[in-house]
Design a protein around this ligand. Sequence first.
Ligand code: 4GX
Length: 241
Amino acid sequence: MEIHILSIFPEMFASVLDESILGRALTRGLLQVHPHNLRNFTEDRHRVTDDIPYGGGPGMVMKPEPMVAGIRAIQERFGPSYVILLSPQGDVLCQDGVKGLARMERLLLICGRYSGVDARVTHYIDAELSIGDYVLTGGEIPAMVLVDAVARMIPQVLGDAQSAVEDSWFDSLLQGPVYTRPVEFEGLCVPDVLRSGNHAAVAKWRRQQALLTTWQRRPELLQGASLSVEDRAIIQDFEGA
Ligand code: 4GX
């Protein structure tokens, strides 16, 4: 998979891409990420990418010409891509959306700053996505979030841990508690079942804990989960207790 990013701060992406799992995906050729400098697609002497808003008011708006020139140039050089604008007005990204994006051959992520991007650029965009209902200073961090979430859904990127993300049985449930050594820490013990060596009992306990955590913290997620008859009985017990 190939991900292109159009931004006035292309250098922001280096540290995230150097990180262990993403860095390894890049060196293994499972993923390619190309940040592009929006300023390279300006035509004026001062390489201006923003301007004052029509109608007045505070803030600046990103000019349409460099954005559209950048989209065209990147697609002409590398081939067609699915173009995504990161913005608080977009559909909120969810794991199903991430999985869909991970199946695409080439993405182009558009990062805006200030009050946003001239509305005419939307004609050149396939999707507008938000990473959540809060306001950031630019689309670069949302683009990094998207790259990270998409990368871990590409086969082989996580290696041994891949089977865990592919386990649709736990999709849309929150994870329950996890433990590592030591067996006792400041008087707090690891549950016996996890040390029992009984794989079926461990699997059952993990399922119960995932259901409990989800029921306590994000009950609305249970609507979209695939629940067995046993799962529903466990939840009934929570509701009765
Ligand atoms: N999830 N921001 C984008 C500028 C902007 C505004 C409108 C395009 C259209 C955000 C988020 C987010 C702040 C990034 C405003 N660009 N993006 N920026 N939350 O808050 O994606």
